[in-house]
Ligand binder design. Structure first.
Ligand code: PXG
Length: 292
């Protein structure tokens, strides 16, 4: 991360060291705001429209009125990459509720803030992609649709952070979170897939998970490669007996899992179908984006 990095903050590009927001911003005080994590590959912003649509939906769910059009936000995102000469990297787009007074009420916040960071990203160590991850189920449940709906990509990630802490304290990098009913929801920042008897399965996102954009890309890849895929509720048992498992997310991309809750998955190596998805994903990201 370079000091010369320019951050977009409410209409201006400011040096990283000067990119600051008020301590009265409800984004900080209450996690009241929304965000997107977006990738740029070879000068193409991957699935930009999909990210902006999800941002709008998250904001709508929180009755957070964004005074910018989708086109304006898209331009700001691309400009932030151009200004920083980021052709391969990671974009963090945030909309905070804005400055208000103490107290939960969003009505005290006059205008939301728009922040865009575009930077290089430190990939997970390459060995996770070739050797696979070992993960565990943790006690913290993913908040359900009647609580904080997991489809809202809000600035409040404490539910996921609790799960991450539990995994790390047990010596693992990533956690499987179950929903309130005990079905597999997702990981702390990734969606979950398994392969069983040649069919790929992933939980439907309608209840317990974020509608991942990488997840949607994998669904498209399955169709293109004619690999059968079903969206259906999964239990921990389904994962334990699967031949393959992988996670998807903007940060993680497609990452193989080789052990879950001390049960080896398949032969403890990234599976054949997983590797097909991985390969095709790297192909797709270079073609399926918005040019800077
Ligand atoms: N579930 C959750 C809870 C997430 O936060 C995903 C699934 C995967 O969704 P996408 O659309 O990215 O395929 C996410 C995404 C970060 C970071 O900085 C987190 C995410 C994405 C990018 C960066 O930790 N979460």
């Amino acid at each position: 991360m370079s000091d010369s990095l320019k951050i977009y903050l409410d209409g201006e590009f400011v040096p990283k060291s000067e990119a600051k927001i008020s301590v009265f911003d409800h984004g900080l005080l209450y996690g009241d705001g929304v965000f997107e994590g977006i990738r740029v590959y070879g000068g193409c912003v991957f699935k930009l429209e999909e990210h902006l649509e999800r941002l709008e939906y998250s904001a709508k769910a929180l009755i957070l009125k964004m005074p910018w059009s989708r086109q304006e936000i898209a331009e700001v995102v691309c400009d932030t990459c151009r200004v920083n000469d980021i052709r391969d990297g990671y974009i963090r787009l945030l909309v905070t509720r804005g400055v208000g007074s103490l107290g939960l009420s969003p009505r005290t916040c006059e205008k939301p803030s728009l922040i865009v960071i575009a930077d290089k990203i430190q990939l997970y160590p390459e060995k996770y992609y070739t050797e696979g991850l070992k993960i565990i189920t943790v006690p913290t449940r993913r908040s359900g649709p009647a609580m904080l709906p997991p489809m809202i990509k809000s600035l409040n990630y404490v539910n996921n952070i609790l799960a991450k802490i539990e995994a790390q304290h047990a010596g693992y990098e990533e956690a499987i979170m179950l929903d309130d009913a005990g079905y597999v929801a997702e990981c702390t920042g990734d969606n979950v897939f398994i392969v069983h008897k040649g069919t790929v399965y992933t939980p439907p996102p309608s209840t317990g998970a974020l509608k991942g954009i990488t997840r949607a890309a994998v669904l498209e890849i399955a169709e293109a490669l004619e690999i059968p895929l079903k969206e259906q509720p999964l239990t921990r048992y389904d994962i334990w007996v699967a031949e393959e498992c992988f996670l998807t997310g903007t940060a993680a991309e497609v990452i193989p899992v080789v052990e879950v809750d001390a049960r080896p998955i398949g032969d403890s190596k990234p599976g054949e179908i997983t590797n097909k998805f991985l390969e095709k994903f790297h192909d797709v990201v270079l073609k399926d984006g918005t040019m800077l």
